[in-house]
Design a protein around this ligand. Structure first.
Ligand SMILES: [Fe+2]
Length: 238
């Protein structure tokens, strides 16, 4: 079975004090791995086993969609954070956010609003559309912006399992910690470089663009960046 989840890109206690080791342990080992094992059982021996996760997200519904999307979303979420992240990005990315949202503070407010107002379980995202414009959106349960032809750049998980041990019912404090101390702007920058060019994202309507996207996604998955970061987090002196 080809579906796997990459190792965490940092040690499980590396996000403390903002996200505790117990939260990361349960979230990664039980929730993220749980979605993977359910997906594997659901598609074992079926043609879906040869599809990409992105194909399953774009074409399936029900349990296969839910588990495939949650595998993808969580891998993306772990990469969306890093120890000592947060705050404003460096100049080029800051310029882009200012052009798109008016100011960094406006981006911050929009992202926080999306993350705190998503009713029930879901996600908030910074995305790029087919015209190259950046925007913020939210999604319910396992939904993913790829379904809407949008290119995810960064995400926060606002399911309660992501923050309840550390923040109880205070989701806004978790979102503040994510924005001020954890968001990984290097990952956003990498996604902007690796994301398809502005004129070739058309979702399922354009098979050629989809192929080019998958090629880039594969290159990203095979780049080994997550594994290298995880090794460095575990052994920073090496
Ligand atoms: Fe989660």
């Amino acid at each position: 079975m080809k579906f796997e989840i990459p190792p965490l890109p940092y040690a499980k206690d590396a996000l403390e004090p903002h996200i505790g080791a117990e939260t990361v342990e349960l979230h990664y080992e039980k929730h993220h791995r749980g979605y993977l094992s359910k997906l594997r059982k659901q598609i074992e021996g079926k043609p879906e086993a040869d599809a990409s996760l992105e194909d399953l997200i774009r074409t399936k519904d029900g349990d296969v969609f839910n588990n495939a999307a949650q595998v993808w979303n969580h891998t993306f979420y772990w990469l969306s954070m890093k120890p000592d992240g947060g705050g404003e990005p460096t100049s080029e990315l800051l310029d882009l956010l200012e052009r798109s949202f008016g100011s960094f503070d406006s981006f911050r407010s929009e992202f926080k609003e999306a993350a705190t107002t998503e009713f029930g379980s879901g996600w908030a995202w910074l995305v790029k559309d087919a015209g190259g414009e950046l925007s913020v959106c939210k999604s319910s349960d396992a939904e993913n912006p790829l379904q809407r032809g949008l290119e995810p750049l960064v995400t926060i998980d606002v399911w309660e399992h992501a923050y309840y041990l550390d923040y109880r019912n205070e989701r806004a404090r978790y979102v503040d910690a994510f924005l001020d101390h954890l968001i990984n702007w290097d990952f956003v920058a990498a996604n902007l470089v690796l994301a398809p060019l502005a004129d070739d994202v058309h979702g399922e309507g354009n098979p050629q663009a989809d192929r080019r996207y998958r090629k880039r996604a594969k290159a990203f998955a095979e780049s080994g960046r997550a594994e290298r970061a995880a090794r460095h987090a575990a052994h920073p002196d090496k």
